[in-house]
Design a protein around this ligand. Sequence first.
Ligand code: ASP
Length: 309
Amino acid sequence: MKRDLLGLKGMSAEEIKNILDTAKTMKMVVSQPNKKTQHLQGRTVVNLFYENSTRTRLSFELAAKYMSANAANITASGSSVQKGESLIDTAQTINMMGTDILVMRHSMSGAPGVIAPLISASVINAGDGMNEHPTQALLDMLTMYEKLGSFENFKGLKVAIIGDVYHSRVVRSNIYGLRALGAEVAVAGPATLMPPQIEKMGVAAYTDVREAVRDADIVMGLRIQLERQKKGLFPSVREYHKYFGIDEEKLKLAKPGALLMHPGPVNRGVELSSSVIDGPQSVINEQVKSGVAVRMAVMYLLSRGGFNR
Ligand code: ASP
């Protein structure tokens, strides 16, 4: 039976570890001059993106090509979606062209889950509305794993995630994944951008960034999702940065050597100051490299039937 990757909710620690160990190996491929393996020889991967993307789309495409797959991209603008074709009809059309893996980004939460049972291709969720962005959280965890050295070190790891928690699919996938590996997650942001009862996901929630960041091992900023929010949820960009932006002073409250992360794209001077983005604790560029490796691992494992070892 074909498998999909719709989210990290309900994924076991063992499955996550298998993906991360596979991705660690794949990262070696990304670093070498000859980036060609046979892992997806002859398979076809199609990226179907209804929302903008730089990192996610390009990294899925390169990951597929590095593993010798046929890779193609289709975006909502420039396709028959503009002529009114429904998502289901579009996905079925792509499926009938010999597609083995359909990578999908959509503004509607749950859209990949609607499509997955209707087509024979494996569906990978590349971000669905405010719901999940599983490969982003996996690449974040790969970046942490490489610094931590072992899965044991995730137990009790303190991860502070700061910003527009309400609209973030990145934070939700990270909470599921990190909690499965035994990490402690604290979230912080303006009260207007904090989902009610977020504590039920097993996290600590603060409106004071300093409390979340204090003694953290990892500090992750989230982008303000202006495209998803009505006006007036936070005062002004300048004030946002003052109270919720991560700068050198706030980062000093974390453990010495704590890692600074952000999924990108970053609004410089809003979620993070330029000095911390370009500073020694930032692993933001490393996250990008991890992204290609994780997407290679996920596609390879799906092509072999799933994430269990
Ligand atoms: N690139 C990530 C996403 O698509 C984060 C962001 O856009 O803020 O969710």
